[in-house]
Ligand binder design. Structure first.
Ligand SMILES: Nc1nc2c(ncn2[C@@H]2O[C@H](COP(=O)(O)OP(=O)(O)OP(=O)(O)O)[C@@H](O)[C@H]2O)c(=O)[nH]1
Ligand SMILES: [Mg+2]
Length: 293
């Protein structure tokens, strides 16, 4: 009999949730950055072995909602917790436990699901600090097993995966075994562009940017033409994204094209344009179209 089910991955922004999902799945299904609130959509990463299928639901970092975008992100977290088979609470071992972690721990307790806590980034901690982080995690008062891990180098991850699998119900696979993510191709490609924007911007800009794929064409075998729009909220943000003499948009475009080529195995022509759309984070219609539900 096989096991299969959903594990919601919750935790503060920057804890390393997307890095861990990518590590377990063995490919890039979610983009990663050192900026807060990188993940905006629920992303399912699927790992399949002969006798189990683990579907990890990578969630946006929990925070206090401040606009329609973040309200939707928060509501999404609650919905996913309601439907999962188990919850993994990921903590950033480099930081003390804060109100965000306690908020998530409460949500996990209320959901009444089997819970697991992993303390991440132990590659950056010595033994004493790892122990202190684990002790602090135990004080969250969740009935959960504790795992010290490094999503970055993979340390401790096999033990964590083995435990998560033991919490899954018996049943048939939920996705075809070769699938690693449930995102539509357009969203996946838009995210690869946004990742390159995040790498090159600071402060308010990462939050103000969204990317939409306008057109996807395959005029000949092995060639993919991608037209993407980078949305900013103000003219001055647009100026930064375009850069002096178009240098920024060019650098983003070159790096994103390489990522898309790697991910699709095709030759890619990427056409990027930067546009202003005031208040897109409050625009319900646009958020629907972008798949942020
Ligand atoms: N040293 C170290 N860095 C890590 C580890 N895991 C993640 N990181 C880094 O932490 C940062 C945040 O990682 P993400 O995976 O984007 O974090 P997240 O929890 O998905 O964040 P949100 O999507 O904003 O909620 C990135 O710079 C990662 O490279 C780890 O095990 N060790
Ligand atoms: Mg993330």
């Amino acid at each position: 009999m096989t096991r299969a089910g959903f594990v919601a991955v919750a935790g503060r922004s920057n804890a390393g949730k997307s890095t861990l999902v990518n590590r377990i799945v063995g490919g890039k299904v979610a983009i990663v950055s050192d900026k807060p609130q990188t993940t905006r959509r629920e992303i399912r990463g699927i790992a399949t072995r002969p006798d189990w299928q683990l579907v990890l639901v990578d969630l946006p970092g929990v925070q206090r909602p401040r606009d329609v975008l973040t309200e939707r992100m928060q509501a999404r977290v609650e919905r996913v917790l309601a439907e999962a088979d188990a919850v993994l609470l990921l903590l950033n071992g480099e930081q003390a436990i804060g109100p965000g972690d306690r908020f998530t721990a409460r949500a996990v307790r209320n959901a009444g699901l089997p819970a697991v806590i992993a303390v991440n980034k132990v590659d950056r901690l010595d033994r004493a600090r790892t122990l202190a982080a684990l002790t602090e995690a135990a004080e969250l008062d969740l009935d959960a097993d504790l795992f010290p891990i490094s999503a970055l180098d993979g340390g401790g991850v096999p033990e964590l995966v083995e435990h998560l699998v033991s919490l899954l119900p018996e049943g048939p696979f939920l996705y075809p075994p070769e699938e690693t993510s449930d995102l539509p191709e357009r969203v996946r490609l838009a995210e690869l562009v946004r990742e390159q924007v995040l790498r090159r911007t600071r402060e308010e800009l990462p939050h103000a940017v969204e990317v939409e794929i306008d057109e996807l064409e395959e005029p000949e075998d092995g060639l993919l033409i991608v037209r993407a729009r980078v949305w900013a909220e103000t003219e001055s943000q647009k100026g930064i994204l375009v850069g002096a003499g178009g240098r920024m948009v060019k650098a983003v475009g070159t790096a994103a094209r390489r990522e898309i080529e790697r991910s699709t195995g095709r030759r890619v022509h990427l056409d990027l344009s930067v546009r202003v759309r005031k208040g897109w984070r409050r625009d319900e219609g646009l958020l629907d179209r972008l798949g942020i539900e």
